[in-house]
Ligand binder design. Structure first.
Ligand SMILES: [Zn+2]
Length: 96
């Protein structure tokens, strides 16, 4: 059993229906009629005077030496991102 805690009996009851006899993670896909994720809590956002939008462009450079280890898991790095360009835009807002 997991160590979750719940604020009320009903939430605990709902949780028990899928916890315990199943895997430790529950996969819950969005419903077809409700499959758009969007920010809703605008009351939690803060106004800022400045916003900076930045972007990097990179060239992929091949890595010539990579060593594999058959006994353990490993990451096979074969390319390296070499930045060659960037741009940033500073947006000032005076409250408008
Ligand atoms: Zn649980």
């Amino acid at each position: 059993m997991c160590l979750n805690h719940f604020c009320c009996e009903e939430k605990l009851k709902n949780h028990k229906s899928y916890c315990g006899a199943h895997k430790s993670a529950r996969i819950e896909m969005p419903k077809p009629y409700d499959n758009t994720l969007q920010f809703k809590n605008y009351n939690h956002s803060l106004k800022v005077h400045f916003a900076i939008y930045a972007d990097f462009e990179c060239m992929l450079q091949k890595i010539k030496t990579c060593q594999t280890y058959d006994e353990t898991s490993y990451t096979n790095a074969y390319q390296k991102h070499v930045p060659n360009n960037f741009v940033y835009h500073i947006k000032y807002s005076n409250g408008d």
